[in-house]
Every structure is written in structure tokens, then in C-alpha cells.
Design a protein around this ligand. Structure first.
Ligand code: MTE
Length: 311
């Protein structure tokens, strides 16, 4: 039986819980204060609400992008090679959903999405996302550190890379008919990058469950890398000692590499990466090295000068 989860925007605006109450709510619950009576009625109707305390350690330095922009301008090639896939992506069933975590680990496991929502340390992080196509957005994601998930399976000392494999369901993903693409969409990073505090498994956005067009029910995000590294709708995470060749790297290795760290001084072979268009308007802002997250991640790359770190 298919359970239909109503999306947050299906309720009238007047019933939506204001953001400050949403975020105040979890804090109140944590303090044992209980739920506030007035917003509770509206709350009950917002079936996909996923409130979490905001972690303020990563200030985005820019305004949050309007939810509508983020949820209607997407890259998700499984649904088509254009930005307007948000409606088509609603066909992706969000439940049941499991993520296998296996390979070079002591205790391989298959996690149900509900178990992850219940057991992982959820928090909200407002991260910038810089697409290799030179547009960017700022999104309040809800999720948990990848390191928390990996701790649950105990990686072996010999594991060197983490591979993310995303859903490939031909009955709902028309893009899979484009057989020249190397489906499933696969991405990866090193164990050290996976252990970095910024590496984030995303299960929500804007205080709600992550919508399918943004990679619901679970995606990855490393905000210092170009957005194509952020696999959407993940079904399998594997630890390995072999460097994975990812989706775009397999198609165009001279344009898209394994590391793909943001660097304004290294142009894409076909366009400059010096600046980016902020979604929601035509404003352009200068792109920052490591997308502005250098203080957290630059140490990961010392001694790797022989690697093509930037694209
Ligand atoms: N994941 C899958 N499975 N399929 C994709 O086509 N596109 C990537 C990434 N993850 C993609 C994917 C690219 S190129 C970007 S920029 C981001 O998702 C876009 O995320 P967004 O649509 O939430 O902005």
C-alpha cells in the first residue's frame, strides 16, 4: 500500500507554523516545556514537519534562499536533464526507504529511513550550495553528520573511500531511459572527507522532510564541494579501498573529477568559476575558495598537490 505524505505546501499559508515557532518548538521540547497550544493545531496538519535545533557554528553569511526557488529549480537527471523536474519527482516513493551501509565495515547494516530519523542526532545547518554550473543557494538543511552514521557500522581501518549510490527506479524515473548515462548516479569521497564535521546526511529542508526533487528522503552534502558531489535519494553507502569513479567523472573526466572542491581561480573548461548567480534573482557574488568553508576543510588537502583538487 502506498502511503501518501502530504507536502508542506499543500496547507493554506495561514495554517503554516511560522519559522520562529517551528524552531522554538524543539528547543521547548528539549527543555521539557511542552508544546505551545496555539501553533499546535497548525502543527498537527503539517504532516511532513521535521523541526531541529539550528547549529549556528556554520553561519552562511547570506540570506536563506526562498524555499520555492530551491524546490523548483533542480538538477536530478533521473527525472530529466533540465531544471523543471520538481513535479515529475513527486512520483519517487519516499516510504518504505532503506539505506544499506556496507563494504569494509565491521557491522554492515540496512537502515530504514524512519530509524535514521529517530536515532540519528538531527540538527539544522544553513549551508551554501555552489553548483558547478555557477549558480548557488543557501538552504536550511536538517540532517546529521555522516560520521554518526559511519560510527554505527564501524569502518575497518583498511577502508579509504566512501561511495554513495542513489536510487535508480525505471518505473518512476524517465531519465533512466537515457542509456548513455552511467546509472545509477554514484558519488564518493575519502574517509578523511567523510569524517569531516561538515559532511552532512540531509533528511529535511526548511523544517520539513526533504522533498523528492531535492533528494528526499535522504541525500548527502559537502558544502565545500561542487553540488554534483551531493548524491540525491541515496540507497547504498559502501566503504572501499578503491577510489570510485563517479557519474560525471565517467561521462566527462576532463571536466569533472573526483575531488571537485570549489575554487574561483580554476575555471571549468567551458566557463569561469569566479562568480556565481544567487538563485532567486540575477545578482552575482564572488565565489570563494572551498565555497568559504576553508577554515574547516583546507587541512584535508595538504600534501595532495599532485591531485586535481578543483574540478
Ligand atoms: N543526485 C542525483 N541522484 N542525480 C542528479 O542528477 N545532480 C547533482 C546533485 N545530486 C544530481 C544529484 C547536481 S549537479 C546538483 S547541483 C545538486 O544535486 C542539485 O541539488 P538541488 O536540486 O537540491 O539544488
Amino acid at each position: 500500500m502506498q502511503i501518501r505524505i502530504p507536502r508542506g505546501w499543500e496547507i493554506p499559508e495561514a495554517l503554516a507554523t511560522p519559522e520562529h515557532l517551528v524552531f522554538g518548538r524543539r528547543k521547548a521540547a528539549a527543555l521539557g516545556v511542552g508544546l505551545l497550544a496555539a501553533p499546535a493545531a497548525a502543527w498537527a496538519q503539517q504532516a511532513d514537519a521535521l523541526p531541529a535545533m539550528r547549529n549556528t557554528r556554520y553561519p552562511p553569511g547570506r540570506d536563506i534562499t526562498a524555499e520555492r526557488e530551491v524546490t523548483t529549480f533542480n538538477n536530478f537527471y533521473e527525472f530529466g536533464s533540465h531544471k523543471g523536474i520538481s513535479r515529475a519527482a513527486q512520483a519517487l516513493p519516499q516510504r518504505p526507504w532503506t539505506v544499506k551501509v556496507e563494504g569494509m565495515v565491521e557491522t554492515p547494516r540496512e537502515f530504514g529511513i524512519e530509524d535514521l530519523l529517530r536515532t540519528m542526532p538531527l540538527e539544522e545547518r544553513v549551508y551554501r550550495l555552489r553548483c558547478v554550473e555557477a549558480w548557488s543557494m543557501v538552504v536550511p538543511w536538517t540532517g546529521f553528520p555522516l560520521s554518526a552514521l559511519l560510527a554505527a557500522v564501524k569502518p575497518l581501518g583498511s577502508a579509504r573511500y566512501v561511495v554513495f549510490e542513489t536510487a535508480a527506479i525505471p518505473t518512476v524515473m524517465p531519465g533512466l531511459r537515457q542509456s548513455w548515462y552511467p546509472w545509477p548516479y554514484t558519488e564518493g569521497c575519502t574517509i578523511a572527507e567523510a569524517a569531516n564535521e561538515l559532511s552532512f546526511m540531509v533528511v529535511g529542508a526548511y523544517g520539513k522532510l526533504l522533498p523528492p526533487q531535492n533528494g528526499g528522503p535522504i541525500r548527502f552534502h559537502q558544502p565545500w564541494k561542487y553540488g554534483f558531489k551531493a548524491g540525491k535519494s541515496i540507497v547504498r553507502i559502501a566503504l572501499t579501498d578503491q577510489r570510485p569513479v563517479s557519474f560525471w567523472e565517467r561521462i566527462q573526466p576532463q571536466e569533472y573529477g573526483f575531488w571537485a572542491n570549489v575554487n574561483p581561480e580554476v575555471p571549468h573548461p567551458r566557463w569561469s568559476q569566479a562568480s556565481e548567480r544567487v538563485l532567486g534573482g540575477n545578482a552575482r557574488v564572488p565565489t570563494q575558495l572551498f565555497n568559504g568553508y576553508g577554515e574547516f576543510v583546507s587541512g584535508l588537502y595538504t600534501g595532495l598537490s599532485n591531485e586535481r583538487l578543483w574540478a
